[in-house]
Design a protein around this ligand. Structure first.
Ligand code: SF4
Ligand code: SF4
Length: 115
């Protein structure tokens, strides 16, 4: 069954949907809509961040940080690398915690180069 046919099963009526749907890995999960952050009345999320995530050399481009980021601010570039939008990143550190190769380091804003 093709990938798009697999996804269609999700949209079946409750009666037709399988009770349990198994996926071999997160890349098989169907797309879900998320709201991207926007500027609020007191500025952007990045304005009040204390720690910022930095992707280090050696990232294997597995995409787990992208999947776990609750703000949807990690994007994949055309060359497969991942980039964090620091304007909206809130510095929660979930990406760093979930990175299986420990290639995301959280550093104090006051210690970052562009401070
Ligand atoms: S620190 Fe939090 S908000 Fe920022 S990129 Fe990582 S998971 Fe997303
Ligand atoms: S989770 Fe870690 S290894 Fe995977 S893409 Fe993100 S930074 Fe790279």
């Amino acid at each position: 069954m093709s990938e798009s046919e697999e996804w269609k099963k999700i949209n079946e009526s409750k009666e037709k949907r399988p009770k349990v749907q198994e996926y071999k890995n997160w890349k098989e999960l169907p797309p879900i809509p998320i709201s991207l952050p926007i500027e609020g009345s007191i500025g952007t999320t990045g304005d009040w961040r204390t720690f910022r995530p930095v992707i280090l050399e050696g990232c294997n481009r597995c995409g787990l940080c992208w999947m776990y980021c609750p703000e949807g601010v990690i994007k994949q570039n055309e060359n497969g690398s991942f980039e964090i939008d620091l304007i909206y990143c809130k510095g929660c550190g979930i990406c760093a915690k979930e990175c299986p190769t420990h290639k995301i380091k959280m550093i104090r804003e006051s210690e970052s180069d562009d401070k």
